[in-house]
Design a protein around this ligand. Structure first.
Ligand SMILES: CCCCCCCC/C=C\CCCCCCCCCCCCCC(=O)SCCNC(=O)CCNC(=O)[C@H](O)C(C)(C)COP(=O)(O)OP(=O)(O)OC[C@H]1O[C@@H](n2cnc3c(N)ncnc32)[C@H](O)[C@@H]1OP(=O)(O)O
Ligand SMILES: Cc1cc2nc3c(=O)[nH]c(=O)nc-3n(C[C@H](O)[C@H](O)[C@H](O)COP(=O)(O)OP(=O)(O)OC[C@H]3O[C@@H](n4cnc5c(N)ncnc54)[C@H](O)[C@@H]3O)c2cc1C
Length: 673
């Protein structure tokens, strides 16, 4: 293929884009990394791992069989652990304790095992469960072996019949005081564990959530460490039936599995006993709060916010760079084809997503801080903030995963036909991201958890109780706070969110009460209002994200030029979401129709103001080409040549005439001869 002037034009386009940058890219990179040192450290780690040929794929995973795809990702995941365990310099760079988990969950780790990491659950759920749910002795017994990879675990909670409704799990763990053992049993087909990542073929242990029975009483779901496979032969143990559940929409090398028990015995001490215990004689010791057994899920919900943020970063980097090199149609008849990024509608697809990356970043940092504060106070015996943490982690997990998944799909659409190619990497980013809407608590269910807290808080406020920080706005205030319409400053727009969500919560609370007053039982009234309740929850978490975004930009230690571009992004985020949901603001009186007209005009101005910085903004995410893994999004913009090179690698292109032609097509085509 000849090197065309088209290729050079693409590369020149990106060069020109970069020359117009109005801010300091490095400042944004370090802001997102958490400091200059962190950026240096990340780049060093990326260099070490990306220069290791063991992490190269011989061919695209799409061309491999299901089994070979699994083997390929397992090979790389194991190499990652070995490399980490054997190299002190890497341990120092990554950080010894949480390091391997951070590494596997980083943009680098996710990109190296791009088809789905079979060991992900070991690090993200099995080990955190032992740390969060196990006693110090249990941590001592299991953690060393788990860190070294001597045992590999997963988190087996969901069953064929129940995922969301945790209290409805059917797997039983019945204590037998005569042998001091629990007997694990799957009494029905619907009690089969179904979905846990790594369960099919990789893990030899699992934290299993099962209904704890002792002295004839059920005490609800509890976590148990259960050995599933022989440590020597890796064969499944007697009484344990294991397998993989078959192909999925994405992440096909996570070997999501099934598991059932037939009266499988484990020692009493394999109940993770940090919060509740069963004594030798079968006495049950209650936890300070039943929901402490769900702690691992809270941790993972926060971790998911960081993962979805990174997935959206990658997608929007691809879409932005591609939009700067792609030329299509005519803006002015007879003029050369413009970059598609010149079209306002294209800017409207992409620029709010760049803003969303920052919104999720600041909100996730804040929830991570809350997570650490609250787990610290739980450790000291104070459980007051558990509902606040639960609500924020459910809410931000739902918001970040749905914004990211919808955003990735918008990025794919913004790349036209080429976004549908596997080599753009957008299909894989999408199938990975959309899974987060479902796992770790399906999003609608998460929204309804947030709504429960809002309604409860609203009612408590009316009874004169003091509310926790994130919902303190539900406390009745004097009407004067509504005097914001004259001013559309950033603070006023955040305040408009507050007024809108307070109004929505007030409306739905009144509707709920009205239905209960007219004789409906609360649960039915709740269900009858649940569309509106989920809506309240979404606006509440959007409000939280807007607040965090604005205060994050205000506090950021950056130059004025950099703060300027961040402020424009924050403003775009606020305006975009207000216009997109204007009914909520108009109905509550938070804003007027004339405000909407003003904001619509401002939206157009913001898009135009941000457009020249678009490429530099995504460059500042500092995503290595290997991590981006996209023909459309590469740094140099040499898109068309890369697409051609990728196409040539298709197995179908290894012969001019494929064997299938002789077998099927030729007999058909020549049948009439
Ligand atoms: C600086 C940056 C640092 C970042 C560091 C991060 C580390 C990064 C490391 C790595 C990153 C890697 C990222 C990679 C991520 C991607 C990996 C992919 C892995 C995939 C994992 C998927 C695993 C799973 O899916 S496991 C299964 C998950 N299952 C669920 O989530 C089930 C959902 N259901 C439930 O949670 C519950 O049943 C429920 C919440 C729906 C309801 O619970 P319930 O029925 O028992 O209770 P009630 O409805 O009766 O409620 C009672 C009461 O309790 C409250 N409640 C419920 N849950 C909790 C809780 N967890 N905590 C506190 N309170 C809770 C509930 O609200 C009720 O309160 P009331 O006051 O209203 O009574
Ligand atoms: C890729 C992937 C990886 C996973 N990994 C693991 C793992 O490692 N370990 C593990 O244990 N599990 C895992 N899961 C399972 C996952 O956690 C569950 O699928 C998830 O919690 C949703 O539960 P469900 O499938 O039972 O959906 P359901 O609860 O059956 O949901 C179906 C529909 O019903 C609605 N619904 C359900 N309950 C309510 C309600 N109370 N109010 C309103 N609507 C409701 C939902 O909104 C949804 O629309 C994984 C799932 C996926 C897709």
């Amino acid at each position: 293929m000849a090197k065309t002037s088209e290729n050079h034009q693409c590369m020149d386009d990106l060069k020109a884009e970069r020359e117009r940058c109005s801010f300091n890219k490095h400042e944004i990179t370090t802001l997102l990394d958490g400091g200059e040192d962190k950026t240096k450290q990340r780049r060093k780690i990326e260099k070490v791992f990306l220069s290791d040929p063991e992490f190269l794929d011989a061919t695209r995973p799409e061309y491999l069989s299901h089994e070979d795809r699994y083997a390929n990702e397992l090979r790389k995941a194991c190499h990652m652990i070995r490399k980490f365990n054997e190299d002190e310099e890497i341990q120092q760079l990554v950080g010894q304790m949480d390091g391997i988990r951070t590494l596997m969950g980083s943009g680098l780790g996710v990109a190296l095992t791009k088809d789905g990491n079979p060991l992900a659950l070991h690090f993200i759920m099995f080990m955190p469960s032992i740390m969060g749910q196990g006693t110090v002795e249990q941590q001592g017994e299991w953690m060393g072996r788990a860190w070294s990879g001597e045992i590999i675990g997963t988190y087996a909670q969901t069953e064929l019949g129940h995922g969301t409704f945790l209290r409805g799990l059917e797997t039983t763990a019945t204590y037998d005081p005569s042998t001091e053992e629990f007997v694990l049993h799957s009494p029905t087909i619907t009690s089969t564990k179904w979905w846990p990542g790594g369960l099919g073929k990789t893990a030899n242990y699992a934290v299993v959530m099962a209904q704890l029975y002792t002295r004839g009483r059920c005490h609800g779901p509890h976590p148990f460490i259960v050995q599933l496979r022989d440590e020597e032969t890796h064969q499944s143990l007697p009484g344990v039936t294991l397998g993989e559940i078959g192909p999925r929409l994405g992440m096909n090398t996570n070997d999501n599995g099934f598991l059932c028990f037939s009266h499988h015995r484990i020692p009493r001490t394999h109940l993770l006993m940090k919060h509740s215990q069963v004594l030798q004689d079968g006495t049950y010791v209650r936890p300070a709060n039943d929901k402490l057994a769900y702690g691992t899920m809270v941790f993972v919900r926060v971790a998911i916010c960081f993962d979805t943020y990174r997935q959206l970063q990658r997608a929007v980097t691809i879409a932005t760079r591609y939009s700067a090199i792609r030329r299509q149609s005519e803006l002015v008849p007879g003029q050369p084809e413009p970059q598609i990024l010149e079209y306002q509608t294209q800017q409207y697809k992409i620029l709010p997503l760049i803003a969303t990356v920052f919104g999720i970043h600041f909100a996730a940092q804040s929830v991570w801080q809350t997570y650490n504060d609250v787990t610290g106070s739980i450790h000291d015996g104070n459980l007051d903030l558990l509902p606040e943490l639960h609500t924020l982690s459910c809410g931000l997990k739902a918001l970040s995963s749905s914004d990211a998944a919808n955003g990735v799909e918008t990025c794919r659409l913004s790349c036209g036909g080429h976004g549908y190619l596997a080599s753009s990497n957008l299909p894989r980013i999408y199938t990975t991201t959309t899974a987060a809407i479902t796992y770790e608590g399906e999003n609608t269910v998460m929204w309804l958890q947030v709504a429960r807290y809002l309604i409860k808080s609203f009612r408590e406020a009316r009874q004169g109780h003091r509310l926790h920080h994130s919902v303190s706005y539900l406390t009745p205030r004097p009407a004067s706070t509504h005097a914001l319409q004259t001013n559309l400053s950033n603070a006023a727009l955040v305040e408009a969110f507050r007024v809108a969500v307070s109004h929505l919560v007030g409306e739905v609370a009144a509707r709920l009460q009205g239905q209960c007053d007219s004789g409906m039982v609360f649960e039915h009234a709740w269900n009858a209002c649940s569309v509106q309740l989920a809506r309240c929850a979404q606006v509440h978490i959007r409000y939280f994200t807007c607040e965090e975004f604005l205060s994050g930009v205000e506090k950021a230690e950056v130059s004025e030029a950099t703060r300027g571009v961040l402020m424009r992004l924050c403003r775009l985020y606020l305006v975009f979401h207000i216009i997109g949901n204007q009914g909520d603001f108009l109905r509550s009186g938070a804003l007027t129709p004339s405000d909407m007209t003003t904001l619509e005009e401002e939206l157009a101005t913001l898009l135009a103001a941000l457009r020249p910085d678009a490429v530099s903004l995504v460059d500042s995410f500092d995503i290595h080409d290997r991590i981006l893994d996209s023909t459309l999004g590469c740094w140099d913009g040499n898109v068309y040549e890369r697409m051609f090179e990728e196409a040539k690698k298709s197995p179908l292109n290894q012969k001019d005439v494929p064997d299938a032609y002789y077998k099927y097509l030729r007999p058909l085509m020549k049948a009439s001869l």
